[in-house]
Design a protein around this ligand. Structure first.
Ligand code: HEM
Length: 457
């Protein structure tokens, strides 16, 4: 760090002093033993949530894992979130755990590589722009419900992923996918996402069976995006695609790759988390008939049997609470990752330069100090401690698609509630699986049971 003036000297010295007094976070003993290292990694990858939860139980709100040359810090303390994401955000870069997936997409880049595309993307997420997507969201949701086969078992997660992927493609890129293209894209995005599940010590260029599968999926996604970039769909309106092509014209192969990475990032970031939020909300409603009854009452009173409109949304207060509480209990994005660019003090603890810091949204939102009986789904409970609730992250890297997602999810929950109860197929054990996002471990077999309320004339 270059120190340029007296006040900067004071600031830096103050920082150094506070670092000197900072303590090492507690944690399991440091190991270089290869067997113990792989046992620890194995325990983490087998049960990522339970493993981290146990360490918080044992060591408190922050702990460090020291494995060989690496240090990993985990925190569930809202004050640490505030320091890392806002007050000391410049001391951290985005993590690269999902770099293979997002490459140079804005989810994982920093500095000018983040700023330029972020600026270009931003206008697509203003209140007016998001309101403009309502018609697309409404049409796709209605079509899905009209095509549904009541009382027949289907895979809820697959149906919902199809919906949220189409919403992103149509809203942001004016790209309409055939059913086959949608299925193929979902399958390939799934292969790439599952790749982060493995602790893969081998370089990606090695042709292992796992890597070959990944290469195939990546190549097919590249072809879909290449087609989109070469032949942008004809449309009157400005889309995210037209804006990106205008602001970041692909004049070299590098530019083209960066553009491709923004689009793949949007596919992933835009469809996966929203799909999980919807699946968890419907699963939780299926297990809480009393909450579902209140939700139906509200939807009947506000929308009745008419077509949902943008004006209905602010009046669906209980529906929004259901969605918000669902994202507390099952945050689709359960973990934020950063890399410390310098030695830094977090809550009186020393975090070393170059190490990875994991802010654990799931365990912060399951802390009984902020949410009594945290595993229970209680939409009536106030989410009063906004510091301990951040399913969309916080600070300058907060989710740009937050309001887009909330609009799409509240609309889908309300439209479903007008016509159907979502019921899970009997005997299905619902478990979660933390990958990049927190989704269900296995496909979720479900049924849509028509509601028996009398519709008004
Ligand atoms: C329930 C749905 C969603 C959840 C829970 C969610 C969650 C998050 C979180 C936690 C982050 C911050 C990551 C970090 O700080 O490391 C993030 C970033 C991001 N999200 Fe979302 N997201 C959702 C929906 C969407 C949608 C619908 C889109 C786009 C259409 C989107 C696009 C993005 C992008 C581009 C970023 C990166 C922003 C940046 O770094 O500047 N997300 N999201």
């Amino acid at each position: 760090m270059t120190v340029t003036n007296a006040s900067e000297v004071e600031r830096v010295e103050g920082h150094a002093l506070s670092l000197q007094s900072a303590k090492e976070p507690p944690g399991p003993a440091h190991t270089w033993n290869p067997l113990r290292m792989s046992a620890t990694m194995g325990a983490y990858f087998a049960q990522p949530l339970a493993f981290v939860g146990e360490q918080f139980q044992r060591y408190g709100d922050i702990f460090q894992l020291r494995i060989g040359p690496k240090r990993f810090y985990f925190s569930r303390d809202p004050r640490h979130f505030d320091e890392v994401l806002i007050r000391k955000a410049d001391a951290f870069a985005k993590g690269r755990r999902t770099g293979y997936v997002f490459r140079q997409g804005i989810l994982v880049t920093d500095g000018e590589r983040w700023r330029r595309p972020a600026r270009s993307i931003q206008p697509n997420f203003t209140k007016a722009a998001i309101g403009g997507y309502f018609g697309i969201m409404q049409r796709l949701t209605s079509r899905l419900l009209a095509d549904a086969r009541p009382n027949e078992v289907f895979e809820l997660d697959k149906m919902v992923s199809g919906l949220t992927l189409e919403v992103v493609c149509e809203s942001l890129f004016a790209q309409s996918l055939s059913a086959d293209a949608r299925e193929a894209l979902l399958a390939d995005l799934g292969v790439i996402e599952r790749s982060v599940e493995y602790f893969d010590p081998l370089p990606h260029w090695m042709p292992t069976p796992h890597h070959l599968k990944l290469w195939g999926a990546s190549a097919r996604i590249d072809r879909v995006v290449g087609q989109l970039l070469r032949n942008p769909p004809a449309t009157e309106r400005a889309t995210m695609l037209s804006k990106l092509l205008e602001d970041l014209p692909p004049s070299s192969a590098g530019d083209y790759r960066r553009l491709r990475d923004q689009i793949v990032t949007m596919y992933f970031a835009g469809y996966r988390t929203s799909a999980h939020a919807l699946v968890w909300t419907w699963c939780l409603l299926a297990h809480h008939p009393e909450v579902e009854r209140r939700l139906h009452e509200e939807v009947d009173a506000v929308i009745g049997d008419g077509v949902p409109t943008l004006e209905h949304l602010p009046r669906l207060a209980f529906t929004s609470r259901v969605v918000n509480e669902s994202m507390r209990v099952r945050p689709p994005s359960y973990l934020l990752e950063r890399i410390a660019l310098q030695d830094v003090d977090i809550g009186g603890f020393r975090v070393r330069r170059g190490s990875e810091v994991f802010l654990h949204i799931y365990w912060m939102q399951h802390d009984p100090r902020w949410y009594p009986e945290p595993h229970l789904f209680i939409p009536e409970r106030p989410l009063e401690n906004p510091d301990a609730y951040c399913p969309f992250g916080s600070g300058k890297r907060q989710c740009v698609g937050k309001n887009f997602a909330l609009q799409e999810i509240v609309l889908a929950v309300a439209a479903m509630a007008q016509r159907f109860h979502v019921r899970l197929a009997p005997g299905h054990l619902l478990e979660h699986r933390p990958l990049i996002t927190l989704g269900p471990r296995t496909p979720v077999p479900a049924l849509l049971v028509p509601r028996t309320r009398k519709l008004s004339a």
